[in-house]
Design a protein around this ligand. Structure first.
Ligand code: ZN
Length: 124
């Protein structure tokens, strides 16, 4: 059996659900959830409540540690290209295009280019 992960929610053990109640009669405790996998917060939390408990407890420390955004970031014309497509009138065929969100310019795009996540007109 693979190693079980513990939910990282700081208050996971305080929520009264039947699956958290463990132990034999007379010495039962509510315990942090253990699972082979979790689906929230990069696989670290059993549910959204535990994820947000962690965020609410540690977000200020995290922002101070990793640096806060102190000025607006700018998405320029050179980096405003996004992939899109239009349907023909019968919804049979797609026409793929690059669109620029600032200049509204359009450029043709092949289906292969559309599906290639590394293909972009944006400057890196
Ligand atoms: Zn949890």
């Amino acid at each position: 059996m693979s190693e079980l992960k513990l939910c990282q929610g700081p208050d996971c053990h305080t929520y009264h659900t039947q699956d958290r109640l463990k132990g034999i009669k007379g010495s039962k405790t509510y315990q942090t959830r253990r699972r082979s996998n979790f689906y929230y917060g990069n696989h670290n939390f059993c549910d959204q409540r535990c994820l947000y408990d962690w965020v609410n407890k540690y977000i200020e420390l995290g922002l101070d540690h990793f640096g806060r955004t102190k000025e607006p970031k700018h998405l320029t014309e050179q980096n405003a290209w996004y992939k899109s497509y239009d349907w023909d009138s019968n919804y049979d065929n797609r026409t793929y295009v690059f669109r620029n969100g600032i200049t509204k310019e359009q450029r043709p795009l092949t289906e292969a280019q559309f599906n290639d996540n590394n293909y972009t007109l944006n400057e890196r």
